[in-house]
Write a protein that binds this ligand. Sequence first.
Ligand code: ADP
Ligand code: ASP
Ligand code: MG
Length: 436
Amino acid sequence: MKVLKFGGTSVGSADRMRDVANLIQNGDRKIVVLSAMSGTTNKLVQIAETLYQNKNEDANVLIDALHDNYKQVVESLYTTPEKKKQANELIAHHFDNIRAYTQDLFTIHEERAILAQGELLSTALFQFFLEEQGIASVLLPALNFMKIDENEEPDASYIARNIALELEKYPETNLFITQGYICRNAFGEIDNLKRGGSDYSASLIGAAVAATEIQIWTDIDGMHNNDPRIVKNTHPIAELSFDEAAELAYFGAKILHPSSVLPAKQKNIPVRLLNTMQPEAKGTIIKSQTIGGGIKAVAAKEGITAIKIKSGRMLLAYGFLRSVFEVFERYKTPIDMITTSEVAVSLTIDNDKFLNEIVAELKEFGQVEVDKEQTIICVVGDFIAEKSGASLKVFEALQDVPMRMISYGGSTNNISLLINTTDKVTALTKLNEGIF
Ligand code: ADP
Ligand code: ASP
Ligand code: MG
């Protein structure tokens, strides 16, 4: 079994959906995971924001406009009047559902139900298209097997058990379609895997069915060595290890959801990044063993907050760091980077929801300084022997960029630097010129 995920742009129009239908037609048994059509989730987010502000009339205008877009998709995707009618009824049903949420109190539950509509729409429309083309396939509802627990972590054994139950119903079927991004939470309510989460769905499903390969089809020919949205002259990387890909995804390479590499790594399933617009391009293969050392890529993650705790109690003492970390643990706030000196420790977080509470508790240890709007620049590669002087190249390239923290040696494939977000574009550009 293979798992193929197609992102928003890849299913973003009737033409694109036709291309996807062509790409998935060979004998292999496969599960095809689809995102919402591009732009849809952003629109649904906007509708939800408008409803939170009680601007229900504005929300209805947005809903009608999105409904109109889908009517056009229906018009151009299908040829027979029967399928057009069936598809128009389907989208009307989904948009009536969304409109119903403008009537009552609007809470996070309604918001999540609205956000789920994008993937429900794209998969149902695609399934109708396959039916019209006479291509045998089954639509599997992700809400029947995709689940997160009370800590918002995927429940891997539940997912494996329930997807197996779904697949058992169709022993003769070779092609399955399902929704990315959406899931149920610990209370059985509709929820999601956060923005960009369809990649995560694909790897969780891949791990659950012990797939031979997970393919992430998107709008670019693989993982590039730098952020193509910011820097010119980037190029695709042929091979990455799971750890290298995980670092890049976590530290800002938008092509992969931050958590999406782990399930594949745990089951040792290769992940291939491919371009729907250029299917013959080699893309990137992510697997356990790869060729080549040295620096492979850089990525940047914005929205970072740095916290420095200066304390005399740290000097020659043990147990100090544990007490610091326990504060973050109490507020379920992950730490990304950490550097220490004998009298101070600096660390970074990207979720500052409990920043005030955390700082208040840390003040009991000493002086606390907070810097917001920081960016982590992550340089990824194979630095085992440091033969190539990778760190030297990095620091030379960045000689004019002030650095707040430097972290090296935590693993053999990462150098992380903390800079002001205002220096991000300069840093990525200088690194591109200096190290590749
Ligand atoms: P999809 O909708 O298919 O999930 P995304 O927009 O989420 O696609 O991810 C693909 C985009 O990621 C690319 O168009 C590119 O602009 C962006 N991107 C950011 N960093 C990288 C990188 N290092 N390599 C490739 N793409 C990247
Ligand atoms: N549709 C969702 C989003 O836009 C999930 C995804 O595309 O991966 O975030
Ligand atoms: Mg994405």
